[in-house]
Design a protein around this ligand. Sequence first.
Ligand code: ADP
Ligand code: ZN
Length: 523
Amino acid sequence: MNRACRQKALEILQSVFGYSSFRDQQEEIIAEIASGHDALVLMPTGGGKSLCYQIPALVRDGVGIVISPLIALMQDQVDALETAGVRAAYLNSTLSYEEASRIERAVLKNELDLVYIAPERLVTERCLNWLSKTKIALFAIDEAHCVSQWGHDFRPEYIQLSILHEYFPAVPRIALTATADAHTRAEILSRLKLENSRQFISSFDRPNIRYCIVEKENGRHQLLDFIQSEHPGDAGIVYCLSRKKVDEMVAFLLEHHINALPYHAGMDTQTRSVNQSRFLREEGIVMVATIAFGMGIDKPDVRFVAHLDLPKSMEGYYQETGRAGRDGNPATAWMSYGLQDVVQQRRMIDESDADPEHRRIQIGKLDALLGFCETLTCRRVRLLEYFGESAAPCGNCDTCLTPPVAKDGTKDMQKLLSTIYRVGQRFGALHVIDVLRGISSERVLQWRHNQLSTFGIGAGQSVAEWRSVLRQAVAAQYVWVDMDEYNALKLSELARPILKGEKKVLLRQYQKPEKKRKEKAQP
Ligand code: ADP
Ligand code: ZN
């Protein structure tokens, strides 16, 4: 792209979008597309992907066609563009035939700069026919990872997008995504026929976010402590897994004078959108939500994102925590995590009707997240490593600030594993820990587990300490929890070398939560 063209791009950035300068790679990407080349853009959520196709669409003649699977967000994007004075529209199944025809005619008359289209609509003969009569500035393929069968967002209609290259070889294409490991990236390039295009890969690091994960004792009081001590009066998002828990948390936070609002799919649309716009406009609101909330939410001053339940994957964790601190000021990603979370997530995978291959991928993704939770090293290093980046310890996450003490946990692990073995691999965590600690509960006596050789061999340690050992055993896959059998703990093949003394185990030492709770838990 020549200098005049770059100048034009900068002018558009300033006059239309109101920003003074480009971020990181934006200018290079825009130059590549505006001069008619293809590109793959890998940039984290919030990084500024939209401008990478919006500006070239304005620089070039004709209409920019944006393919996006998120129909619910098209309206918002178009509204925002129109506010900035860009002539934009969308075509999806929510429009009537007349409305859609009106937009198609406007495009033919060169009256629109950008049109968002759902992928299943784009590949219809009717649509391709219409496009063949149109002057097209570019194709932007948003959420390009949807083309990958390896990923969790696979959309069959994305596969067909390769025809764009066949039908319109002269039109530049830009594929964009925030989630793509090396495997997915390769799949995007080959399926969309982008092998010869330039790749722009941005860092996933969000240096202003401090990562912090605590062992779950009593999630809601820990959360309250966290908000009151670190973020009083700040805007934040609290993620819970279920609607019921969202409602309970809102009630609990309100009771403690925290300005909380609920958001989940079970609420009516009206209330939900009122809550959403209050969160965006008013100050210091804490939105308690299921993951349904946040797609496309662009509030720059969210000071914290808290997870009361474990997300499904590192991608999910990264995306959800990434909603904090978009303005670049310090923000916190906080999570409380316990054994129950692992059990719950594994159960959800087990009970889903996904095919075995898909389920295996989901379990792999969950395991990567568990490894991250139990890490002995810098969280940021682990997080970036997952996305294929290397980094130095950040000095700003919980494991950097208060390094967990690693200890030789071989003996403890052996005690735990042999107790699970001795009770026949038929009992859950509570019972196993009772036996370890030598507690003569009714159930222990009933099964005569007080006569086992392992009864009481772990009496010197607290329940919390044993839970921590068990959690790490599950995270490391020495132990798994059998959902079909009342959450009975079972040993995997990996337990054998430890029991035989052939393998040493390094454990994260249990640390008592720092602060005392300010009040007693409700009975
Ligand atoms: P993504 O699609 O990568 O998640 P967006 O395109 O929605 O990110 O951009 C995230 C936010 O950053 C938006 O509020 C956008 O207006 C803002 N932004 C993008 N580029 C710039 C820039 N060069 N200067 C300032 N703000 C920007
Ligand atoms: Zn760190």
